[in-house]
Every structure is written in C-alpha cells, then in structure tokens.
Ligand binder design. Sequence first.
Ligand code: IMP
Ligand code: MG
Length: 182
Amino acid sequence: MTIHEDISTVLLTEEQLQKRAAEIGAEISRDFAGKEPIFVGVLKGCFVFMADLMRYVDLPCSVDFMAVSSYGAGTSTTGAVKINKDLNQNIEGRDIILVEDILDSGVTLHYLTQYLEVRKPASITIATLMDKPARRKAPVYARYSGFEIPDAFVVGYGLDYAEKYRNLPYVGVLKPEVYADA
Ligand code: IMP
Ligand code: MG
C-alpha cells in the first residue's frame, strides 16, 4: 500500500514546482528590493510551497503563520472563515506577502486581506501556488500565481484530503474511489 496508488493523474511534477518556486522567488526578490517583507503563510497547506519559495528569496525577511479553517474534511467550501491562529507580531507599516497553497473560491484570502488591513500594513501582496479561476466567488488579486489549474480537487505538496497526502512531492488528482470510501 502506497499513497501514490490513490493518485489518478500527476498535474504538477516536482521539477515544475521547483522551477516555478524559483521564478516567483526571483520576482519577489526584485519587486521588494530594499524592503524587508514579512512572509505570512496560511496554514496548513502553505508549508511545503513556502519552505521552497523562501529559499529562492534573496531579501532580509521574516516569517509568520496564520491558521484558518474554511473546510472540514470535505472538498467544498462552507463560506465560513475562522481564525485559529493569529500573527505574533505587529505588522503596522510592514510589507506583507500572504502565501497560500491554492486560491479557490477566494473566500479565505478575501477575508484575511480585510482582516489584516485593519492593522495598517504598508502593503499586502498575495503569492499563491495554484489558482482555480473558474471557482472564484470573492474578488481576490494574486500578484504571484504559480499555476492556473482546472476545477479539480488536488492533493500533494502541502495540500490535503482529510489531512492526508500533504507529503506527496508532486500535485495530483485523487482517484474518485478514494472519496467514495470516506
Ligand atoms: P477558498 O477560500 O475557497 O479560496 O479556499 C482556499 C483553501 O481551500 C485552500 O487554502 C485549501 O486549503 C482549500 N482547497 C481549495 N481547493 C483545494 C484542493 O483542490 N485541494 C486541497 N485543498 C483545497
Ligand atoms: Mg488551506
């Protein structure tokens, strides 16, 4: 039994993921030259992409995390966003780079952006690994977007189904029978 058996198609390979992380890291290094941004990861899905991305960023910067829940074990959004873990530092006057695994309905990032704006950061910029534009319900602009993907539920490289598959080194689509067993 291996977790790879549950995957029907590999959507993004390890090589593609590394190449894009390097490109976005270089872009951020250029765009934020002379600044000292705070990378804010949206847990848990962000953790693999963020770890790779940050190592391609050549800037003095710090790291923080927020945890929100918008999904249960299922695969579709409830619309409700709950803050489970907030930032540990003052962000007033700071440049924030919000790092997400995937921009889906946009509800999470739309909410988070407004939630953080109140604290008067100098800027809030979104960096998402993946974007499913077909699913958008709330207006969100991602300045850095790794890949536009079709409307399919994906796992791996940080993304889960019922908390599993985050450790797959690539992004893939689950076989339908995996959901049927749930
Ligand atoms: P949004 O608020 O609908 O944009 O949801 C964003 C969050 O939903 C992401 O951070 C993921 O945690 C989760 N999500 C959305 N689509 C997928 C997917 O295809 N696989 C795994 N998680 C997903
Ligand atoms: Mg998530």
